[in-house]
Ligand binder design. Sequence first.
Ligand SMILES: Cc1ncc(COP(=O)(O)O)c(C=O)c1O
Length: 394
Amino acid sequence: MIKKQTNTSHRPDTVLTHAGLHPRDYHGFVNPPVVHASTVLYPDMDTMKSRGQRYSYGRHGTPTVEALEEALTELEGAAGTRLAPSGLAAIALALQSCLSKGDHLLVSDSVYGPNRNFCERVLPRWGVEVSYYAPLDLDALKAAFKPNTRAVFTEAPGTATFEMQDIPAICKIARAHDALVLMDNTWATPLYFKPIEHGVDLSIQAGTKYIVGHSDAMLGTISASERAFEDLARMYSDTGTCVGPDDVYLALRGLRTMGVRLERHEKNALEVAGWLRERADVTSVLYPALPGAPGHDVWKRDFTGACGLFAFELEQADDEAAKAFFNALELFGLGYSWGGFESLATWPDPKEARSATAWEGHGPLVRVHIGLEDPADQIADLERGFAAFHAAKG
Ligand SMILES: Cc1ncc(COP(=O)(O)O)c(C=O)c1O
């Protein structure tokens, strides 16, 4: 497929507002049509045999799909973008695009759990060797390279425990070994961190989160550097990956307001995180955007903003007290996702999926997504949780 011309002179908010739109192609309508299509007709057999027209078949691209791919390619500063039906499918496709039998993959110990499932259950069946590295230990990472290490998977900050990986340093190490770097950048989105500019080859988004932004569709995106794009595009095509037009459209619509939504998520999250930090019954707040929090210096150096997702540790307590905290919440929904308009809470257990780092001796971990409600109401809801926690603790 032809690579689109991108406009690199515009600032990120302007790109978010206009990228991928071609109103003159659609009678002046601002948005592209939502094309529901499998069959595409050709005018004659020569055109059909040579596939000599822009669109050939629903799975190979439509104006709706291309509008989102083009917008993300511009936003990410990528050679090209492909869409997947979920964030996890995007992770799996990116890994498949760059790994072959006999390769070795290094994965950060702090990645999203289902990503680890794919690496543990699927890749070994295809003859790919996988090992895990401590997310913050660059010396251990260097030592973990083998002659057949083909790729390094990163996520910053890490799922549940929010370790801020030093992505530029990891990319430098990987380059020295001629290995590719993949990054799950869902937390920052390409608005607040541009992986490809920092040396990443495959930049992944669970578009389900902030791009869609309204908790009503599943989608994944992979944007690739020059050296990774051809293999990505081939694997996308060979695996028959495609996304339904309505979900693509919801992502395109969400993208236009992602900047203003993220700004509010960050403002609210900073207020709630600052309030939590002052509490005696909270032993740590894991929000890299909060001054003094773990990873703040790396965040400040490399990122231009933060989203509304972070975690905090309650003081030591038994499971019943922790459950009482969650069950008392009225505004924060108990839900696994994030990136939508609403506040959510979960109780992750990092001990369940660690092999290179330990997570011992900590109190119950609360992961919150700070939504767009008024932070005073969010804090009042968390107060309810703390009151129930202490009542249950006795
Ligand atoms: C960091 C991260 N990456 C990827 C995913 C997967 O996205 P999806 O649920 O769209 O498959 C999630 C989902 O929670 C996530 O938190």
